[in-house]
Write a protein that binds this ligand. Structure first.
Ligand code: ADP
Ligand code: MG
Length: 356
């Protein structure tokens, strides 16, 4: 179904993405289905924000208020970080590129600074200055197109986080040249996951399953006492999954080329860019799942490690070891960091290599 629809119109691709998001929701719900808890203690919200489908399910005394506060927080963050909202802080920075400083909130400053730190650590695989590249390939307006070599060369001159100037004193940001712009699409949902978890904790929520467009976060356990089990989708067949991970007050974030893409003349063009080439990343991986305590880092790393490919992703894990990693390569094999040996259950028949 994806193949047929993917080659048509961008709206269709978006619809496929939505349907798939629903499938993921259905899968995680199936994993978390529970009965027996008092009904008024359970609340669920499904809504569209940050260009994706979101779902929050909580159990607790103030379930409904907690969920509304979580949802309001996501909308608030969207208004800060969206680059298609002309009123956002990110738009203010982008509009002032090559001209003036922009003073931003602590949160916007924190996201940009965090993205920059990880850009350096990942050798430039994650770079929030990819916005002009996203535009050039038509991922921003949905009018997908393949740029020529000259255009690619020109746009590369606008990419590079080393040309974001940050001034901690006063939260000031400036992009060095006109035409540069920031895209927080690879980090905003991760930060939103951190904020929603924090808000739900403020409401003393004991059990929650949060799905922000494939970024999963959990609090506690299912009321039965067993752990949430989060399905990792099979990038080659969305009706299947590669395996499940036990959620344990953490974030489980997956990036893959199958999330958003277009097809032309039999070639697939994905929405994760290689900032070094200004072209869709040519990764030997189909999906990368990062498990950890900080949603913002999981989100950034899932994109960065996808761009870096299998060997560099494993090297990065070995050098840091403060997160869990599940890699699916293009042959269908799975590579899983040893810390997840207990939490990860592969689907029968999957070849798994644990690395350390
Ligand atoms: P999704 O948004 O589907 O969860 P990701 O978390 O992998 O997928 O983020 C992809 C988004 O991040 C893109 O839509 C784009 O906004 C941005 N992006 C794409 N490539 C990069 C990159 N190399 N570095 C930083 N951000 C990127
Ligand atoms: Mg992500």
């Amino acid at each position: 179904m994806i193949d047929k629809l993917g080659s048509r119109h961008s709206r269709l691709v978006r619809n496929v993405a939505l349907i798939c998001a629903f499938c993921l929701v259905a899968m995680t719900v199936a994993c978390a289905r529970e009965s027996g808890a008092p009904k008024n203690d359970r609340s669920i919200a499904e809504f569209f924000a940050m260009n994706t489908l979101m779902r929050i399910e909580v159990r607790g005394k103030e379930a409904e208020s907690a969920i509304e506060a979580g949802r309001a927080e996501i909308y608030r963050l969207e208004r800060l970080f969206s680059r298609t909202d002309p009123q956002s802080e990110v738009s203010a920075i982008n509009n002032a590129a090559g001209k003036t400083w922009t003073t931003v909130s602590d949160e916007t400053y924190f996201l940009i600074r965090t993205a920059e730190e990880i850009r350096v650590r990942t050798g430039g695989a994650f770079d929030i200055t990819v916005a002009p590249v996203m535009d050039m390939w038509g991922f921003t307006d949905g009018l997908h197109r393949i740029p020529g070599d000259r255009e690619i060369k020109d746009v590369l001159a606008l990419v590079g986080g080393d040309r974001i100037v940050l001034e901690e004193d006063g939260n000031r940001v400036m992009l060095k040249s006109a035409g540069m712009s920031l895209d927080l699409g690879g980090i905003a949902k991760g930060y939103a996951g951190d904020r929603v978890l924090s808000i739900l904790h403020d409401y003393d929520i004991e059990s929650a399953l949060i799905n922000l467009g494939g970024n999963i976060s959990t609090i506690g356990r299912r009321p039965s006492g067993s752990a949430f089990r989060i399905a990792i989708m099979d990038p080659e067949d969305r009706s299947k999954y590669l395996g499940t991970l036990a959620g344990a007050d953490n974030h489980i974030v997956t990036s893959g080329g199958y999330e958003r893409f277009f097809e032309k003349d039999g070639e697939v063009y994905i929405h994760i860019m290689d900032p070094q080439t200004a072209r869709p990343a040519e990764s030997d991986l189909l999906s990368v799942t990062v498990v950890g305590g900080k949603g913002i880092e999981c989100d950034i790393l899932s994109t960065a490690l996808f761009v870096m490919g299998k060997d560099r992703a494993i090297e990065y894990w070995s050098a840091h070891r403060n997160f869990g990693l599940v890699l699916a390569d293009s042959t269908g094999a799975l590579y899983v960091s040893e810390d997840l040996e207990k939490a990860f259950t592969p689907t029968e028949g999957k070849v798994v290599t644990f690395f350390d």
